[in-house]
Each structure stands twice: as structure tokens, then as C-alpha cells.
Ligand binder design. Structure first.
Ligand code: ATP
Ligand code: MG
Length: 421
């Protein structure tokens, strides 16, 4: 068994903290002392100038800037120092003894300094308190580090955590509870992690569940028609045609569904790699526009191109797939012969965008809030074929490019979806 090191308050670091605190205290006191000394010197200069000004006013009746002013001692002794003023022509205008005045000013300033020193001494406890407050977070970090340090050596606690994590089951509502105050931080962090894992487990489970449900329907339809074929297909040509058409339709639907599922599964497992390259957004949208009115004869398409050439650095094929998903939705949810508009441009923040706008069935606010979820379909959309995976694929692609969607939709009026990169 490893022995635990001494707790934080016993170790040398306490001494280190104290010396840091003393240094800080001295620094604060020193800077205050320096401030007082500078203030006193300033006061000395102000008082001296004021005295000289008053003397000149008293004797000469005026103070003129352009005069020679100096201190002079005939005997060289400090006690004989005089303040002298000469005119510019060299004539002595004023000579007054100033030793006594200086002496008085010095005594006055010494008293001031004494008072300042007393105030500094009186403030020492407050300074110590302030330093204590400043250092508190550092002391707490040191304490926590020390606790963690000791924890790392406590095998018993290590096993406690291990056992608790061992018992966690992603399917039930189980969180770890260590009943140890020292381990509270770890307990919270692990429980957060468990919550996140459970969330992703639940999402995965729901995804598999929804996917199997979606696959079950076409399989059941195919089985039904296969049964019909077996019984009447050989003799009844009408049944034969109907069954072949239905089986082919369901097989296509299954094929699309499996491809969508594969795309998302590959994306989730990090297998889809983006091949980013710079290309013209104008050209990409022009291409999608031309393809759209070739594939879909039931809607007129319009392309609002940007006057400026917009170049983006993105995975061209994936971005095209995302826009195709939007165009397919617009075509699916819009009445025949109603117009679908494609557009590109720059937002007010100068970000490139691609836009698809229709005048179709539209969506309520509640539908817009869920439209990017896997397998989500609005009640109105259930009359049209689809699985509810198209937009989740588009979202995966746009998210990977660091972009976002902007959606405006009104029931029975239409929808505008923008991909902003
Ligand atoms: P598929 O997976 O075959 O694309 P889908 O079109 O139903 O099926 P998504 O493309 O993911 O699935 O769209 C999700 C839902 O969002 C749709 O079912 C529909 O309710 C709504 N929606 C999307 N685009 C539009 C649109 N242009 N107009 C009206 N509703 C829309
Ligand atoms: Mg769709």
C-alpha cells in the first residue's frame, strides 16, 4: 500500500504562501509610502512657490515672470541663505532671508509625514486582510491540487470509483453515488459523462428502432404482393402488372432508405471525409438549376444568380447533395406548375448563402422546430412519399462545413430555406 503524503496545511507550501502574502503586503505598504513621499515633496514645492509669490507681491507690488530668481548665501552658511530677485538688467530688486521659512515648512511636512506613517501602520491589518482575500483562490487551487494528489495514491478510493462505474448500466437510470465528500467533484463529472453517454445510447436505440420500422413497411408490402403473385399472378395478368409495379416501387423506396441510412451511419462513425476545394457557387447553382428543370417537368424553375462571382472552399459533391435535398423537398411539397426559385448571394455579414424557395404546403412553427430530426415528418407531409431523413443528411453536411440553416415557412404559403456557409 502506498502511504498518503501529508495534507496541504502541513506541507512546506503553507510557508511559501505566507512568504508570498508578506511580499504582497510589503509591496502595497511600500507603494503607499512612496505615494505619501511624492505628495509631501509636491507640497514642499507648492508652499515654497506660494511664499516667494507673496514676498514679491508684498515688497515689489507685482510678480513679473521675466526676472532672475536665485538663492544666495553671502557667508556660504545655510542660515544666511536669501531669496533674491534681479531685474533683467541685473539690478537687485529683492533680497529676503528664507532659512526660517524653509525650516517652518520642513517642520510642517515632518508632522504631515508622521501622521501619514501612523495611518499606514493603522492600515496594516486591512492590507493583510486584502492580501488574504486576493490569495484565497490560489490557496483553494493549491488545496484542491493537494487533495487530488493524495487521492491519486488512495487505492481504496480508486477501487470505490472503479466499482461504482462498473455497476452503471446504460439501459436503466443508474448513476454513481460514492458517498464521499472528497470525491464529490469526480462523482459529478462521471455522472455528467454517464448522462451524455446515455443520451447518445438512447439516440442510437431510437435510430435503429425507427430504421427497422421504416424497413418493415416496404418488406411487408413486397411480401403481400409476392403472396398475391403466387396465388393469382400466373393466371391474372392485371394482378401480375400491379404486383410488379408495386414491388418495383417498394424496392426503389427501400433502396433510397438504405442509402440514406448508410450515409448517416458512415457520417456518425466518422468515415465520411470532406474533400474541400475552392469552387464557384454561381456555377454549382447553375448546374443544379439546369438539372432540376430537366428532371422535374412539373414545376417552372427560376435562378436568381448573384452579380458577383462567389467562391467557397467546401466539398462540392456534398454541398450539391444538400441543395438537391432542398430542391427535392420543394418539388415534392409544391403543387404542380407552381414556381420554385433557386438563389445564391452574400448575407449582410458577407457570408455566402444558397437558397431554395417554394410556394408549397409550408410548415407550422412546431414543424420547423423539428424538421431536421431524423425520421421527422409533419402530418401534412405524410400524404407524400418519404422517410424523413433527407434534411438530417443535409444538416449533417452543412454542420460539417461550419454552416447553418435559416428557415422561413408559413403553412399553405410556402417555404424558404437558406444554407449559410
Ligand atoms: P425524405 O427522407 O425522402 O427526404 P422527407 O422529405 O419527408 O423524406 P425531409 O426531407 O427530412 O424528409 O423533411 C422533413 C420534413 O420537413 C418533411 O417531412 C416535411 O414535413 C418538412 N419539409 C421539408 N421541406 C419542406 C418544404 N419545402 N415544404 C414543406 N415542408 C417541408
Ligand atoms: Mg425530403
Amino acid at each position: 500500500m502506498s502511504s498518503n503524503p501529508k495534507p496541504y496545511h502541513d506541507v512546506k507550501s503553507t510557508g511559501r504562501m505566507t512568504s508570498i502574502a508578506h511580499q504582497l503586503e510589503w509591496q502595497i505598504i511600500g507603494s503607499r509610502l512612496g505615494l505619501y513621499v511624492r505628495m509631501d515633496l509636491f507640497l514642499f514645492v507648492v508652499l515654497t512657490v506660494m511664499w516667494a509669490y507673496m514676498k514679491e507681491m508684498e515688497v515689489l507690488g507685482e510678480v513679473i515672470w521675466r526676472r532672475d530668481r536665485s538663492l544666495f548665501s553671502a557667508s556660504g552658511a545655510l542660515a544666511d541663505v536669501c531669496y533674491q530677485v534681479h531685474s533683467m538688467e541685473g539690478e537687485l530688486l529683492l533680497s529676503v532671508a528664507c532659512y526660517e521659512v524653509f525650516w517652518h515648512i520642513c517642520i510642517f511636512l515632518a508632522i504631515c509625514f508622521g501622521v501619514q506613517l501612523i495611518s499606514i501602520l493603522g492600515a496594516i491589518p486591512a492590507v493583510a486582510k486584502k492580501v488574504h482575500r486576493i490569495l484565497r483562490p490560489i490557496r483553494e487551487i493549491a488545496q484542491k491540487t493537494d487533495e487530488l494528489n493524495r487521492l491519486a495514491f488512495s487505492e481504496e478510493k480508486y477501487h470505490l470509483i472503479e466499482d461504482a462505474i462498473d455497476q452503471v448500466n446504460p439501459e436503466d437510470n443508474h448513476y454513481i453515488s460514492l458517498h464521499d465528500k472528497e470525491l464529490l467533484g469526480i462523482e459529478l463529472a462521471v455522472n455528467h459523462l454517464i448522462e451524455r453517454l446515455k443520451d447518445s445510447y438512447r439516440q442510437q436505440a431510437r435510430f435503429v428502432n425507427d430504421a427497422s420500422h421504416e424497413l418493415r413497411t416496404p418488406i411487408a408490402v413486397i411480401q403481400g404482393y409476392a403472396g398475391m403473385l403466387e396465388r393469382w399472378g400466373r393466371s391474372d395478368e392485371k394482378v401480375l402488372d400491379e404486383s410488379i409495379a408495386a414491388i418495383s416501387n417498394e424496392a426503389n423506396h427501400m433502396n433510397t432508405l438504405v442509402e440514406q441510412l448508410l450515409f448517416l451511419a458512415r457520417g456518425d462513425s466518422g468515415k465520411t471525409v470532406l474533400n474541400k476545394e475552392p469552387f464557384s457557387l454561381n456555377q454549382l447553382m447553375q448546374e443544379i438549376y439546369e438539372e432540376s428543370f430537366m428532371i422535374d417537368e412539373h414545376h417552372p424553375y427560376r435562378f436568381r444568380n448573384s452579380e458577383r462571382e462567389i467562391t467557397v472552399n467546401a466539398d462540392r459533391a456534398l454541398l450539391k447533395q444538400a441543395v438537391r435535398i432542398l430542391v427535392d423537398n420543394a418539388a415534392k411539397y409544391t403543387k404542380e406548375m407552381d414556381e420554385i426559385i433557386l438563389g445564391i448571394g452574400l448575407t449582410s455579414e458577407q457570408k455566402p448563402y444558397l437558397m431554395v424557395e417554394d410556394t408549397g404546403i409550408g410548415m407550422s412553427e412546431a414543424d420547423v422546430a423539428h424538421m431536421f430530426e431524423r425520421f421527422y415528418r409533419s402530418d401534412e407531409a405524410r400524404g407524400y412519399q418519404g422517410t424523413g431523413l433527407g434534411l438530417s443528411i443535409a444538416k449533417w453536411i452543412v454542420d460539417r462545413h461550419g454552416g447553418h440553416f435559416e428557415v422561413i415557412s408559413r403553412t399553405e404559403l410556402g417555404t424558404r430555406i437558406m444554407i449559410v456557409l
